[in-house]
Design a protein around this ligand. Structure first.
Ligand code: APR
Ligand code: ZN
Length: 358
């Protein structure tokens, strides 16, 4: 099958011919129908996030089950599924304490599933490798969804939407009347904006370095848009009674924007880090400020979500019209065009590019 491969950090990406092993016990083979281009793939391709190479990219996708191995009971051939990049074991300490997104068996940027490239082992991103015609995954990574859910929307439920919506609803617990600043308006941040508005937040401020994001912010339900420049923190205070926002949600993945989120939050407020930054990018906070501000700094992994519960719920919301994802997909591409989609992403253009397969 064909798939998009990074052979080394920052090497040119190429669509390669990949050998997929036979479907083993408990595994399912899924034919991909739509796959989103997420910033984490770019970060692994360019070396911002350390990963083993060669690496098959992609982790935000939906498709149709083609083949199941022995002992598979969750899905059957023909089922439409969203892929979950953090399938829970349901038995480790975290799973037993209702934090399946922190399941002990997840967290590696890439794992080996027996794929090979020119006879050499090929790693797959977040256990999926979904910028490809097929994936081979444990059955727990396949979440069945209604067949009338369009594939592009289904794909985005698997990463950007689950992450952005979950960060607001579950991690931050945004309540009616709260003020929320969302920093970074890609697929993840725009989903966070939409969720904040749906949760009844009074002021929802979208923040980005790219002025072109103002329109997308409005489409997602932001009440205000601010450019991330030197006047940002003052401007956020101006929209929030001089205090700063109750919640700031960082959806970029850099120390500098985590600091901006921190400064945009009121005393006693909450900073939720959703972006995945580099291990050498250090966040500096003064000891006095940490004490005096009384703020909470936390992160949100996979939106503190359980995809088995939350993906079907989001799918129902898309189908009954209460969750509109249409503005999120701004570009369509083929596998060969994904490098151009990464370039658009690096320039801060558009929201999501989705690769569609027949
Ligand atoms: N201040 C504000 N916005 C910024 C800044 C900055 N300093 N730098 C970049 N941005 C904006 C970009 O212009 C872009 O609109 O952040 C947005 C990031 O969007 P995408 O690149 O589309 O990223 P996305 O896929 O939404 O992921 C965001 O979440 O899952 C993680 O690894 C992922 O860290 C990434 C983050
Ligand atoms: Zn992602």
């Amino acid at each position: 099958m064909r798939g998009l491969v990074a052979r080394a950090a920052d090497a040119p990406l190429r669509v390669e011919s990949i050998e997929v092993p036979a479907t083993g016990p408990g595994q399912v083979r899924v034919r991909i129908r739509a796959s989103g281009v997420c910033h984490s793939d770019l970060s692994m391709a360019d070396g911002t996030l350390a990963a083993p190479y060669p690496l098959l990219l992609g982790h935000e996708a939906a498709g149709v089950v083609e083949e199941v191995g022995d002992g598979v009971h969750r899905v059957a051939p023909g089922d439409h599924v969203v892929l979950n990049w953090a399938p829970a074991c349901r038995s480790c300490w975290f799973c037993r304490h209702d934090e399946p997104w922190l399941c002990r068996r997840n967290g590696a940027p890439a794992v080996a599933r027996g794929h090979t490239l020119d006879g050499r082992p090929l790693h797959v991103t977040l256990g999926l490798g979904a910028l490809a015609e097929q994936v081979l995954v444990p059955q727990e990574a396949a979440v069945a969804v209604p067949a009338d859910l369009p594939f592009p929307a289904a794909a985005l439920l698997g990463c950007a939407v689950l992450t952005g919506v979950g960060a607001v609803r579950r991690t931050a617990g945004v309540a009616p009347g709260d003020s929320v600043a969302v920093i970074g308006l890609g697929g993840v941040g725009l989903s966070a904006v939409a969720a904040a508005r749906a949760a009844g937040a009074g002021v929802v401020i979208g923040v980005d370095v790219s002025p072109a994001k103002a329109e997308l912010a409005a489409a997602a339900g932001a009440t205000d848009f601010l450019l991330a420049d030197d006047s940002l923190v003052r401007a956020v205070r101006g929209l929030t009674g001089g205090r700063g926002a109750d919640h700031a949600v960082e959806c970029v993945g850099r120390a500098a924007t985590i600091r901006t989120a921190w400064q945009s939050t009121r005393r006693g407020g909450q900073v939720v880090v959703v972006g995945m930054g580099g291990k050498d990018d250090i966040v500096g906070l003064s000891a006095l400020d940490v004490f005096h501000s009384a703020r909470t700094l936390c992160s949100s992994v996979y939106g503190s979500s359980d995809p088995d519960r939350d993906v079907p719920e989001l799918a129902r919301a898309v189908l009954d019209g209460t969750l509109d994802l249409s503005y999120l997909v701004t570009d369509r591409a083929t596998l060969d065009e994904v490098p151009e989609a990464f370039a658009r992403m690096a320039r801060g253009e558009g929201a999501r590019t989705v690769v569609q397969f027949d």
